[in-house]
Design a protein around this ligand. Structure first.
Ligand code: SF4
Ligand code: SF4
Ligand code: SF4
Length: 164
């Protein structure tokens, strides 16, 4: 299900520039990787978001190590994220919590695609409005093959994926 704005225990930056902002619909995004390369900024304003309440603590995350998700026994210690922006912390008995280092993330969507295909969809992309310069014409929106980015009123800046 979709949620608008801020959900309990989790918030994206609220620093909004302008009366309207560009927004990604994570249900339309097809993880094409253009969010990394098409932003007017050198380091894209699009970053990955993780909803811990949707994911919980897990022994394995299909988006963490670069393994074949259909052969989880084929061990790899190479992280899928090229920027090592996904962090995991032990919780108990081989269970981990997973977080995103948004300062490293560049919105490449590799983890988003893996999570959608083999996980629970709790990783997705959003434009971070403390970083975005709110271009009149968002160059990512123009390039997006899924038409997943549009301008919306600033009081509804984010669409979340959540199960509440
Ligand atoms: S350009 Fe569109 S489809 Fe591609 S990653 Fe960004 S939001 Fe998703
Ligand atoms: S794989 Fe890409 S989108 Fe995911 S956390 Fe790493 S840099 Fe960000
Ligand atoms: S509005 Fe400009 S800065 Fe913001 S995400 Fe789009 S291209 Fe990047």
């Amino acid at each position: 299900m979709a949620g608008l704005g801020v959900i309990t225990g989790f918030a994206l930056p609220r620093m909004i520039k302008g009366k309207s902002v560009w927004q990604i619909d994570p249900f339309k995004c097809v993880s094409c990787s253009r969010c990394e390369t098409e932003c007017a900024l050198m380091h894209s304003a699009v970053r990955c978001v993780h909803i811990p309440a949707m994911c919980g603590h897990r022994k394995t995350c299909p988006a963490f190590f670069d393994i074949d998700p259909l052969r989880p026994d084929a061990a790899s210690r190479t992280q899928l994220c090229p920027l090592r922006a996904i962090r995991r912390a032990p919780v108990s008995d081989s269970y981990y919590s997973y977080t995103i280092d948004v300062n490293r993330c560049n919105g490449c969507a590799k983890c988003v695609e893996r999570c959608r295909e083999y996980g629970n969809g709790s990783l997705f992309l959003q434009i971070h409005h403390d970083l975005c310069i709110n271009c009149n014409e968002c160059t990512i929106a123009a390039a997006c093959p899924a038409k997943a980015i549009k301008k919306v009123p600033a009081d509804e800046p984010y669409i979340f994926k959540n199960d509440s």
